[in-house]
Ligand binder design. Structure first.
Ligand SMILES: O=C[C@H](O)COP(=O)(O)O
Length: 230
């Protein structure tokens, strides 16, 4: 899957899955939607399959709250697109020992809003790791992923807990993804900055290829956000 700049949306026509995150919460925008760009209906018209919601920029820069994000998630799913549901704590919250509380609260807002988890991928993105070069250690990421899975088991269902893909985002690059991918509950990656660079060593690229293969084989959504490489 690829989340391109607007001028590259034509990439969707070549079979690459595209996603965006600045969507309206309903068919017609209301005041809260003014800082978003697209209607879900427009995205369907250009073959967009996924929407990223709850990304830290939307939460902490634009000021979207849990309920508004949940509303967007419900509407996106109702229109047949998939949701990449981002959760993650600020550095201050981690230092105060609030990581799980913050993630569970954000998760609950999604859980309260979505009618089904079939088309939802959870992305754990600690805010302190996004675009900073500070990747969560495999242990730090795994302990949140396993806790998120347990939360789903306890609060949604065992089936949803085992089927829902939980990917990691935050300064992932070709080198770091190999060790993170060894962790049992890390099902893939959401890649930002590194997707803009061509990579000479290919572990992330290989995992992306595996994700694509899984997708075409099973008609499930792929586990990985792709890093483009030559
Ligand atoms: O939107 C992208 C993700 O938040 C991760 O970004 P990053 O890989 O540049 O840290």
């Amino acid at each position: 899957m690829l989340q391109p700049f607007l001028c590259f949306f034509c990439l969707g026509e070549d079979g690459m899955f595209i996603s965006v995150f600045r969507i309206w919460s309903t068919k017609m925008p209301n005041f809260s939607d003014l800082l978003s760009v697209f209607s879900v209906e427009q995205l369907k018209d250009i073959s967009c399959k996924w929407v990223i919601l709850g990304h830290s920029e939307r939460r902490h820069v634009i000021g979207e709250d849990d309920q508004f994000i949940g509303k967007k998630a419900a509407y996106t799913l109702s229109q047949g697109l998939g949701v990449i549901a981002c959760i993650g704590e600020l550095l201050k919250e981690r230092e105060e020992g609030k990581t799980f509380d913050v993630c569970f609260q954000q998760l609950k807002a999604f859980a309260d809003a979505v009618p089904s988890w079939d088309n939802v991928v959870i992305s754990y993105e600690p805010v302190w790791a996004i675009g900073t070069g500070k990747v969560a250690s495999p242990q730090q990421a795994q302990e949140v992923h396993v806790a998120v899975r347990y939360w789903l088991k306890k609060n949604v269902s065992a089936e949803v807990a085992s089927k829902t893909r939980i990917i990691y985002g935050g300064s992932v690059n070709g080198g770091k993804c190999a060790e993170l991918a060894k962790e049992e509950d890390i099902d893939g990656f959401l890649v930002g900055g590194a997707s803009l660079k061509f990579v000479s060593s290919q572990p992330l690229g290989l995992i992306c290829m595996l994700g694509l293969t899984l997708f075409y084989a099973s008609e499930c959504t792929m586990r990985l956000a792709c890093e483009m490489n030559s």
